[in-house]
Design a binder for this molecule. Structure first.
Ligand code: G3I
Length: 390
C-alpha cells in the first residue's frame, strides 16, 4: 500500500488502518476497500468535500490534505470564493486563498465546484455592501457591480471549475419568499437579480454547470421553504434562465420527528420534472437530537444518512455528492450548531482523529447500491453549454 504524497507517517498509518488509501492522483496505489471517490467513479458519480485554504480544515494541513486526496475527486472551497473572501472592497479582488484550493485540487486530479457567485441574503454579504452608495443610477450601478464580480471570477477560473453555485440561499425558510439585499433592491427585484446572475455566468462560463443552491430539507418545518424553492425554480424556467441544477445542501437533522419522506420525494420529483439536475452539495448531519454516547450517536447518524442517500441516489439526475467537511474537528457544526451537552458534534464521515466512522460506511454502501448514472446525461449541459430543458 503506497501513501499519497505529502502524507506523514502517522497519517499514512491511520489511513492504512482504515483502509481508505486509494487517492485519485495518477500512479498511486488503489487498495481495497476502495475510496469513496473510486466507488462514486464506478457509478459515473463524484464524491468530494468542502475544504478551506488554511491549516485547520484546509489544504495547508498535510494530514487533512492527504485525507482529501485519499477520498475525494471533487472539492469545493468552504468560504474562500464567497464575496466576503474575494471582495475586500467594491474595487478589489483577493483570489489568494481560493487559488490555493484550486491549485491543490488540480495537482491532485480533482474537479472543483465554485461556491458561490451571489449569496443573496443581507447577513452573508460583505459589510461594505450595507448602505453602499449606488449613486444616481442605482439599478445599473448594482447590475454592474454584480456582473463585474461574476465575470471576473468566472474568467479567473476559466476552464478550471466544472460547476458553480451561482446563487445561494435566496429563498426565506419562514414563508418561501425571496430575500432582499442592497444589490437586489437597487436592481429592482430579487428574481431579476437571480436571472441576471445566471445569464451572466452562462455567458462568462459556457459549458459550466450552473446551480441554484439552498438548504430546504426533509425534516418537518421545511414545507414553506421547499414550496418557495419550487416557485423560484418554476419562475426561472418560465424566464428561460440558464439554471442546470438544484444544489440540495443536505445539512440533515437527526431528531425525534421522522423525516417527511413522501413530501421530500414529491419535492425532488417536481424539481427533476422541470428538467433540473441535482447536486448533493453540502451533506452533514446535525446530531443534537441523538444521545451523547458515541456508538449510539454514530449509528443514528449513519442510519439517517443511508436512508437519505438511498433515496437521493435513486434519481439518476444526482451524480455529485459533496460533504461539508470530512472530519468532525473542522466542521462548521462545532461552532454554529453545538450540542447542548457540550459534546463535540459528529456529523462528518471521519472523527477528530481522522478515523472513519459508520457514516463513511453508510455513504460507501449507498453509492455501491446506486445504479450507474447514464453517461449521455452527464455530458448534456457540458457539451452544449445549454440547460437540459432548453
Ligand atoms: O476568517 C475569519 C477570521 O479572519 C475572523 O477573525 C473570524 C471572526 O469571526 O471569522 C472568520 O471567518 C469566519 C469564516 O466562517 C471562516 O471560519 C466567519 O466569521 C464565519 O461566518 C464563516 O462561517 C461560514 C458560514 O458558511 C458563513 O459564510 C462557515 O465556515 C461555513 O461552513 C458556512 O457554510 C455554509 C455554506 O456557505 C452555505 N450553506 C450553509 C453552510 C453552513 O452554514
Amino acid at each position: 500500500m503506497i501513501a499519497p504524497p505529502h502524507c506523514d507517517r502517522r497519517t499514512a498509518l491511520r489511513l492504512a488502518g482504515t483502509a481508505v488509501i486509494g487517492a485519485m492522483a495518477p500512479g498511486l496505489a488503489r487498495a481495497a476497500p476502495p475510496s469513496l471517490a473510486q466507488l462514486a467513479a464506478a457509478k459515473g458519480m463524484r464524491f468530494g468535500s468542502a475544504v478551506a485554504a488554511h491549516a485547520g480544515g484546509g489544504v495547508a494541513n498535510p494530514r487533512y490534505a492527504a485525507l482529501m486526496r485519499a477520498e475525494c475527486n471533487i472539492l469545493v472551497p468552504e468560504n474562500e470564493m464567497k464575496w466576503q473572501a474575494l471582495r475586500p472592497s467594491a474595487h478589489a479582488f483577493n483570489f489568494g486563498p481560493a487559488d490555493a484550493i484550486v491549485a491543490f485540487a488540480e495537482s491532485s486530479g480533482m474537479a472543483v465546484r465554485g461556491h458561490n457567485l451571489l449569496w443573496n441574503r443581507p447577513k452573508w454579504q460583505p459589510a461594505w455592501l450595507e448602505g453602499y452608495d449606488f449613486g444616481v443610477r442605482p439599478a445599473s450601478a448594482a447590475a454592474d457591480l454584480l456582473t463585474t464580480h461574476i465575470r471576473t471570477v468566472c474568467e479567473h477560473y476559466h476552464g478550471r471549475i466544472t460547476s458553480f453555485d451561482v446563487v445561494n440561499e435566496t429563498v426565506l425558510p419562514e414563508d418561501g419568499s425571496l430575500a432582499r439585499t442592497a444589490i437586489s433592491d437597487a436592481i429592482g427585484g430579487t428574481l431579476d437579480t437571480v436571472d441576471l446572475a445566471f445569464r451572466t455566468a452562462r455567458a462568462a462560463a459556457p459549458g459550466v454547470q450552473l446551480v441554484y443552491n439552498d438548504y430546504m430539507s426533509w425534516e418537518p418545518g421545511n414545507e414553506a421553504h421547499r414550496a418557495g424553492v419550487l416557485r423560484l425554480l418554476e419562475a426561472l424556467r418560465k424566464r428561460g434562465t440558464p439554471v442546470d441544477a438544484l444544489g440540495v445542501q443536505s445539512h440533515l437533522i437527526a431528531q425525534g420527528a421522522a423525516p417527511q419522506q413522501r413530501a421530500w420525494r414529491d419535492f425532488i420529483a417536481a424539481v427533476v420534472a422541470m428538467g433540473y439536475d441535482l447536486v448533493i452539495s453540502e451533506f452533514d448531519v446535525r446530531d443534537r437530537g441523538l444521545p451523547r454516547a458515541i456508538a449510539a450517536r454514530d449509528a443514528g447518524v449513519a442510519a439517517l444518512a443511508r436512508d437519505y442517500f438511498d433515496m437521493m441516489l435513486s434519481w439518476p439526475q444526482c451524480r455529485d455528492v459533496l460533504v461539508w467537511g470530512l472530519c468532525d474537528s473542522f466542521s462548521w457544526l462545532q461552532g454554529f450548531e453545538p450540542r447542548s451537552d457540550g459534546a463535540p458534534t459528529r456529523g462528518c464521515p471521519y472523527d477528530g482523529d481522522y478515523t472513519a466512522k459508520p457514516l463513511r460506511a453508510a455513504i460507501a454502501a449507498a453509492i455501491t447500491a446506486a445504479s450507474p448514472r447514464p453517461a449521455d446525461r452527464l455530458a448534456d449541459w457540458a457539451r452544449t453549454g445549454q440547460t437540459i430543458a432548453s
